[in-house]
Design a protein around this ligand. Sequence first.
Ligand code: COA
Ligand code: AMP
Length: 633
Amino acid sequence: MSHYADVHAQSLENPQAFWARAADDIEWVRRPRAILNAAEPGRASWFPGAMLNTCYNAVDLHVVAGQGERTALIYDSAMTGSVQRFTYQELQSEVARLAGLLQSLGVERGDRVLIYMPMVPEAVFGMLACARIGAIHSVVFGGFAANELAQRIQHAAPKVILTASCGLEPGRVVAYKPLLDEAIAGASHKPDHCLVLQRRQEPAELVPHRDLDWSDTVQGAAPATPVAVQSGEPLYILYTSGTTGLPKGVVRDHGGHAVALKWSLRHVYGMEPGEVFWAASDIGWVVGHSYIVYAPLLLGCTTVLYEGKPVGTPDAGAFWRVIEQHGVNALFAAPTALRGIKREDPDAKLVSRYDTSSLRTLFLAGERADPDTVAWGERALGVPVVDHWWQTETGWPIAANCMGIEALPIKRGSPTVAVPGYDVRVLDDEGRELPAGETGHLALKLPLPPGCLRTLWENDAGFERAYLERFPGYYQTADAGHIDDDGYLWIMARTDDIINVAGHRLSTGAMEEVIAAHPQVAECAVTGVADPLKGQVPLGFVVLNAGVELSESELETELVARVREAIGPVAAFKQALVVGRLPKTRSGKVLRGTMRQIADGEPYRTPPTIDDPEILDEIRRALETRGFARARD
Ligand code: COA
Ligand code: AMP
């Protein structure tokens, strides 16, 4: 048995012993006496009765251990050409003062604090400050529009909102504050205060009494000490796309999260304290929560917070510059970032301008890593490129090549094997287990390991419905794929209407809601079609009301603007096609999957339940006139 197989088997045979050992690595206020309460397997609670403070473990612990002078955070802004470093000692002082300020604004244990910020160190301070006082943070990605932000304000009901006057995107300054003001106006819940970080690129106007200037107010705040919380209390809510327009608020706890993340950085990513980890993501996504902020700090590593893009800031050598400048040991990026670099610098000439010898591994996740991109990365950098599979819900990898346990042979296109703690099965539509090689629903046998979601915020029933109901005894990942004879996983597609655009998870249902609200639209469907850079991009199929005289390009311009306005630029909705009818089954279900197959030029079968098979030919003709459906079945 390989070492990996041995560790994986131990984690499933005796999860209590396995995670009890991992829990020894955490400083508890009250040590766990019980490890797992799985009376209801779908709601397993880890370390019940134990108490800790996550911020203490991520920050103070290292200072107490004499590592206060170690660099905790490197803020590298390719957008402003600046670099700022914070030692653990400095991080502690920043976070403690911000936590004290939050307390003075009335934020208490269990209260929500919403964070709508660009990639600046204050955003990280904000998350840790919440953890310090037992408040629950909810970070909203900056590329979302006011409407999406309003939904989250409404649902999470934050007492305080942390924001910045603006974010910086190549070629434009994104004024955050007007978006926030619009969102607050649109939500019936109103925060007591907004703490606004003024950036010199575009300072914001402050609303008297409600808004406070970050720098002025934090300076005078008294530092707060860490508050002990129960292991099972929520650390954060992170909203993610679901099948409807309303996002799902994934709730993560303190104890399970701290144990699992610290364990994962060492064992999955092969990191040691003092080394430099860089997740080139955004704090608004789960990757940012887990691997920019919590895991590297829990392990006592140096984490890089990068404000910039893989290309254009200033060129496709930006990542290699950061690796050299900060001695990065492991990089985590989305495949789309690598594809972007490859497109600009196909022969990887820019790599040779930098010394990237500190880099041991490149990790890719967020979308399927196509074998070409993996091979290009291996050639360009001369290090293993590790594809790994996980979700906002799990918070840490489900499948990976665990570099801290045993590096297994890489099969390009597969995220390798189930990570210890995860029991991955492939099920058919009836929930029966499928043999190796057969494609079906990827499901995780309950209980889930520590660190995974506990529920959906204020929506226990939705949690049951979305994840537990379909296959009793399992968590439904909503991904389809298979496990091969060597135990390697192959992730092929989502089984719901989520699409992955440039590693960003988006709901086509949410886009359909926006498009359907256009007065001239009778009905519509949105599907994700293949894109060489972003993996997938949304494509809208629109049926107009009878008698409407509107050209396809006029309609497209209006719909693109509406989606950008309602969901945000991150939706990357750029294309809409007018069609006479939508293909449906006799029971009225729109055949989105078949439309996607036609658009991508894949072979497709005419579903036997289709209402009128001729519609598919009409759809194909409409797609062909716009340059889709190149390969014919
Ligand atoms: N605030 C405001 N707007 C944002 C934003 C933010 N934080 N992040 C992205 N946007 C905007 C972009 O400016 C772009 O706007 P545009 O339509 O006006 O050009 C739009 O949202 C789409 O963004 P994205 O899909 O990320 O593409 P991009 O043009 O910004 O970047 C690449 C192109 C190649 C760099 C891109 O594929 C990439 O690497 N994206 C980041 C992937 C990533 O980190 N994913 C996280 C999951 S781990
Ligand atoms: P998110 O919640 O944004 O992390 O998105 C999770 C989804 O992204 C998964 O359910 C998959 O559909 C997809 N995904 C993430 N990582 C991978 C991967 N390595 N291979 C294939 N799909 C992935």
